[in-house]
Design a protein around this ligand. Structure first.
Ligand code: ME8
Length: 638
């Protein structure tokens, strides 16, 4: 079995995760999931970057230790990845012993080989970026990256002899076109390397910054946060010997955003060269998301939070949209309007409708059983050929991580299958005996094409594709079927009982869209500070009360919503809860629940909801919050 290793950057633990972080992680997840389907043994790594000035400062402001601070904050990333259905093999934190051990071994090894030396240093230091700049790097006297003020600092430090690898690196980049992608970014790195490459300052005096990994050969210093962080990609495998034995180095892709390409292409590659390890096979720098044309920033209150987005539109819709909307490698602009447009057209109208009508016709004409494919005509062969062409092309496009082209290609099969149904006209065929024979083949092929689509789209939309497969009556999971199940047309077994049609992607109608957009894109004021903490007064504003469910009924045309009548002692509230996928409506009647009683009423699918239930999302399945003894109704919960 061949190995495949893909990584995301390890994100700064202080930041609130936003769609930029979600973008890289979803992209890496799609590639990892595809390679698993294609028979590879996959290792997929993400994690958090936990040392450095900003963490130290934030912890001090909160009066906690840096370790306590990062122990709490890294959870936000971990939880988001569970929510977004990310299939990472491990999660590395740079404060873990396993990481610190290898960083120290590498520093010692490089120091012993005279690859690291001590020298005095004078430079311009940008505290927020934790980077030194030379006079000529500065822009109008400010940091060239963040444009903030820099300080002149003179101190003794340790340096890595990065400069001596300049010629080797240029040669490597020129001789291996796959090493840095996309090509435009590769040229940027070569442009950067036209200037002499200086040695890299890899230490910070402990007196100024104690929160870091101490240098093993000089306890008065800690390791520069980038030198520490980059090593995560190998420290996950253990010691030097373990890295070599793991079969997962060199990585197939170190996937990053364009903001950190230089640190990866230049620092990381030369560090590896000095250590005696191969550089990654590929460093892929994708583009940058802005929001309605603006940079995402807390001060502009325009940070798009993936949690909120997933609750509103569904995880798979977000995963699809981010990778379909913009070519991977180019910059993109996020707008909720564009997201709703794609959901309605590509997902609800094209794919969702194809599944819906196929399942419904199968029910109508064959009692929901997959019929025997009896004839083979020109149209059938054209459909099969199209499927084969798409499968071959998709496999190739994964080598370039061309996600949006992959989706475009897959949609050619969605469209071809819809046209196949329109051209063959099952509704006319059903009228004659001869037609009915032909109809068997048409329905078989439509369903088989959907199975192919389910496998191909699984890496992008895992949950929806599993649901598609269940509707087709296929018992094997998509991972069990794998890409080999697409080698030959005809994976569906005649006689299989299909399931009831379920809408995969409910359309958002214009009126509802206008309302969502007004709410989502209205300027936001937030009371949360950087750590997500609120005061007791803020918490006390939430009126939580006990209630009993008197009535429960699933909302028609909605996958998730149940309409409830909840008795809260003083009155009965109508509440719409998004719990239909985890509970049968009738099982909810009589349950004691906790509701948010002072939530502004809102209309969902035209029905007013006067509160909200508390529930925990346990790996996709919802659990209602309750009590260990039966409380009275309308009691405040604190
Ligand atoms: O740089 N558009 O962490 P970080 C697209 N800890 N991608 C974005 C984005 C946006 N607007 N914003 C963030 C660090 N990203 C270091 C990395 S690795 C050894 C150390 C994504 O939290 C993108 O992948 O600032 C970018 O490279 C990364 O988040 C930066 O994350």
């Amino acid at each position: 079995m061949k190995n495949f290793y893909i990584t995301t950057p390890i994100y700064y633990v202080n930041d609130i995760p936003h769609i930029g972080h979600a973008y890289t992680t979803i992209a890496a997840d799609v590639a990892a999931r595809f390679k698993r389907l294609d028979g590879y043994k996959v290792f997929f790594l993400t994690g958090t970057d936990e040392h450095g000035q900003k963490v130290q400062q934030a912890a001090k402001d909160l009066n906690v230790t840096p370790q306590q601070h990062v122990d709490k904050l890294h959870q936000r990333f971990k939880e988001l990845w569970v929510k977004l259905n990310i299939s990472n093999s491990d999660f590395i934190r740079t404060t873990e012993e396993r990481h610190k051990r290898l960083v120290c071994d590498i520093l010692q090894k490089l120091h012993d080989k005279d690859e690291i030396y001590r020298d005095s240093y004078e430079g311009w230091y940008c505290t927020p970026c934790e980077r030194f700049w030379t006079e000529k790097d500065l822009q109008e006297g400010n940091c060239p990256d963040c444009r903030r003020k820099v300080e002149k600092i003179k101190e003794h430090n340790y340096f890595f002899r990065m400069g001596k690898y300049q010629d080797w690196l240029i040669k490597k980049i020129k001789s291996d076109p796959h090493f840095i992608l996309p090509a435009s970014r590769r040229n940027e790195v070569l442009g950067f390397l036209e200037k002499p490459l200086e040695d890299l300052c890899i230490s910070r005096p402990k007196s100024r910054l104690p929160w870091g990994i101490p240098l093993p050969f000089d306890e008065a210093y800690v390791t520069y946060v980038w030198f520490d962080a980059l090593i995560n990609y190998i420290s996950i495998h253990g010691s030097f010997d373990d890295i070599l034995a793991s079969g997962f180095w060199p990585a197939d892709h170190n996937m990053v955003g364009k903001d950190i390409l230089t640190t990866h292409a230049v620092y990381w590659s030369t560090m590896l060269k000095a250590i005696g390890l191969e550089p990654p096979k590929n460093i892929f720098a994708h583009g940058w998301w802005t929001v309605n044309g603006q940079k995402m920033s807390k001060s502009l209150h325009n940070v798009v939070e993936p949690n909120q987005l997933a609750d509103q539109f569904g995880v798979d819709v977000i995963r699809y949209f981010l990778l379909r909307e913009v070519p991977f490698g180019l910059d993109g602009d996020f707008s909720h309007k564009a997201l709703i447009r794609r959901l309605n057209s590509d997902l609800a109208n094209n794919l969702g409708n194809l599944l819906n009508r196929t399942i419904n016709m199968m029910k109508k004409y064959f009692n929901g059983t997959i019929p025997l494919s009896a004839t083979t005509g020109e149209e059938d062969i054209a459909l099969q050929n199209k499927a084969q062409e798409v499968i071959n092309e998709v496999r190739k496009l994964y080598d370039e991580l061309a996600f949006n082209k992959i989706l475009q290609k897959i949609w050619e099969l969605v469209d071809t299958t819809n046209q196949y149904i329109d051209k063959t006209g099952p509704w006319s065929l059903a009228k004659t005996d001869e037609g009915k024979e032909r109809l068997k083949t048409v329905m078989y092929n439509s369903a088989e094409s959907l199975r192919v689509l389910g496998v191909l789209l699984f890496p992008f939309m895992p949950k929806s594709c599993e649901s598609l497969m269940q509707q087709l009556g296929v018992e094997k999971t998509i991972e069990e079927q794998g890409m080999t199940s697409l080698d030959n047309w005809g994976g569906l077994t005649t006689g299989t009982q299909t399931q009831k049609a379920k809408q995969l992607f409910p359309r958002i109608e214009d009126k509802q869209a206008a309302k969502i957009l007004a709410e989502l894109e209205a300027p936001k004021e937030t009371t949360k500070d950087d750590t997500g903490q609120i005061t007791i007064d803020e918490f006390m504003k939430v009126d939580l009360r006990t209630g009993k469910i008197l009535e429960a009924e699933k909302v028609k045309k909605s996958k998730k919503l149940v309409q409830l009548k909840v008795d809260i002692g003083t009155e009965t509230r109508q509440i719409l809860a998004g719990i239909a996928e985890s509970f049968e409506a009738e099982d909810l009647i009589g349950r004691t629940v906790i509701i948010v009683a002072n939530l502004k009423p809102a209309k969902l699918m035209g029905i007013e909801s006067q509160g909200m239930l508390l529930a925990a999302n346990n790996d996709g399945s919802l659990l209602l919050a309750g009590f260990d003894q039966e409380p009275g109704l309308g009691i405040q919960v604190r």
